[in-house]
Write a protein that binds this ligand. Structure first.
Ligand SMILES: N[C@@H](CCC(=O)N[C@@H](CS)C(=O)NCC(=O)O)C(=O)O
Length: 210
């Protein structure tokens, strides 16, 4: 069984929890609170030298970091990961975009402005840049979604999962989505997919409820 090292309030980790739930893949969840420095221990660094979550242990002692690489690994061979050469490249295109344009702006704003106490003061100098590049990324997404239901392969894929993670919490990070109607429609479309789970959900909660 997989072991996922994850922080509940991390968008990068949520991507993996969402895909695992939708694929009905059972796994063991280990919560790593980076705000308490739990990712800096020698034990965790031995598993992932970058000290970052998410991290998936795919087999004993075999570790895979990077949320989007993990999505490709767990979704491989399923409709969530396009197999056609062009559609696969389309999905990759949007997943690279997510890491280059969204995660460093909206993801960073979410982390520092909502999770870190005093983060706004600490990062005052960065907010203008995050705002400009975050709205720039949202503009590119909006334009695509005006004529497409999903990001790649004309269906729901891991490219949507990757982009959903930080877009659905962008308003918490101070981004106003009212001028992005196609993104808001897409957010509802993604949330309506079978076996969708929220960012708050964890398999532990399921066990507790069951
Ligand atoms: N590109 C990586 C980014 C992972 C990342 O930055 N994770 C954050 C939590 S969202 C983290 O672990 N930060 C701790 C650190 O950088 O020391 C991914 O997509 O998985």
């Amino acid at each position: 069984m997989y072991t996922l090292y994850s922080m509940q309030r991390s968008g990068n980790c949520y991507k993996v929890r969402l895909a695992l739930a939708q694929l009905r893949i059972p796994y063991r969840l280990v919560e790593i609170d980076i705000l308490k420095g739990e990712n800096g221990t020698p034990e965790f660094r031995a598993k992932n030298p970058s000290g970052r979550v998410p991290l998936l242990e795919v087999a004993a002692g075999r570790y895979l970091p990077e949320s989007n690489a993990i999505l490709w690994y767990i979704a491989g061979g399923t409709p969530l990961a396009p197999d056609d050469r062009f559609e696969r490249a389309e999905a990759l295109r949007w997943m690279f975009f997510e890491q280059n344009s969204m995660e460093p702006s909206i993801g960073a704003a979410y982390f520092w402005l909502t999770l870190v106490r005093g983060g706004r003061d600490l990062k005052m100098h960065a907010i203008e840049g995050w705002t400009e590049s975050g709205y720039g990324a949202l503009g590119v997404m909006e334009e695509h979604l005006e004529t497409n239901r999903f990001f790649a392969a004309d269906r729901y894929t891991i490219a949507d999962i990757a982009l959903y993670a930080y877009t659905h919490i962008a308003e918490q990070a101070g981004f106003d989505l009212s001028g992005f109607p196609s993104i808001r429609t897409w957010l509802r479309r993604v949330a309506a997919q079978p076996r969708h789970v929220t960012m708050e959900w964890s398999p532990t909660l399921l066990e507790a409820a069951g």
